[in-house]
Write a protein that binds this ligand. Structure first.
Ligand code: ADE
Length: 228
């Protein structure tokens, strides 16, 4: 998969992309992530990317020109059309089914905005899908873009050490994940449930399923209504 990111702050991505699963997926060529700076497509000595809103009001608005020019340039970097996604709190909320569908794409193009908002012509004219990572407002689309990248890349074949390890994730079947334990068998008086030490794989699978349903019922009853 190829992921292009259009941002005013490419440096923000370096730490997240440089560690753990994402770093390994990049060195194994499972994903190619390319960062483009929207400011490189701004005009004038000051390379202005934002301006005051028409009609007045607080804050600055991202100008359409640099974003359009940057996207047109980025599109030409690879023959795949790509699914273009604009990160915005006004978008459709990201969930695991959407993550799964994004992970099936050959190419994603993520646009991270800053300032108070985008000029509406960016939404109207780019033909991008609008995606939100939740009902709260961040200072920009960079963290949401990183959330999309992390959640998508870990589903790509070979990205995780153990091929099964994404299968039981929370939300993968519309349920929260069952509880995990490792050594020691007893820690500060808290014991590992006996069933996990029994060696009976059928019983263990059944117990995990019950635990997943039980904790979903308690913590996220909204999920149960839609679960398989
Ligand atoms: N930009 C600012 N807040 C956001 C959010 N919650 N999701 C996506 N993009 C954003």
């Amino acid at each position: 998969m190829r992921i292009d990111v259009l941002t005013l702050f490419p440096e923000m991505f370096e730490s997240v992309l440089g560690y753990s699963i994402l770093s390994r997926a990049r060195t194994r060529n499972i994903v190619d992530i390319a960062l483009s700076n929207i400011r490189d497509f701004a005009e004038g000595d000051y390379r202005k990317v934002d301006d005051k809103p028409y009609g007045g009001g607080a804050g600055m608005v991202m100008m359409p020109g640099p974003v359009f020019d940057c996207l047109e340039h980025v599109r030409g970097l690879s023959p795949d059309e790509g699914r273009v996604i604009l990160l915005t709190p006004q978008g459709r909320r990201l969930d695991q089914p959407m993550v799964r569908s994004l992970s099936a794409e050959k190419r994603l193009i993520l646009i991270a905005g800053r300032y108070e908002g985008f000029d509406e012509r960016i939404r109207d004219g780019l033909g991008a899908e609008q995606v939100s990572i939740g009902d709260y407002v961040l200072s920009g689309g960079e963290l949401p873009a990183m959330v999309v990248i992390d959640s998508v890349v870990r589903l790509l074949e070979g990205a995780l050490g153990d091929e099964d390890s994404a299968k039981d994730d929370s939300f993968s079947e519309g349920l929260l994940e069952y509880p995990h334990y490792t050594r020691p068998e007893e820690f500060r008086g808290m014991k590992v449930p006996g069933i996990l030490l029994s060696g009976n794989h059928g019983k263990i699978a059944q117990w995990r399923r019950e635990q997943a349903v039980e904790r979903t019922k308690r913590r996220r009853p909204d999920l149960l209504e839609e679960a398989d």
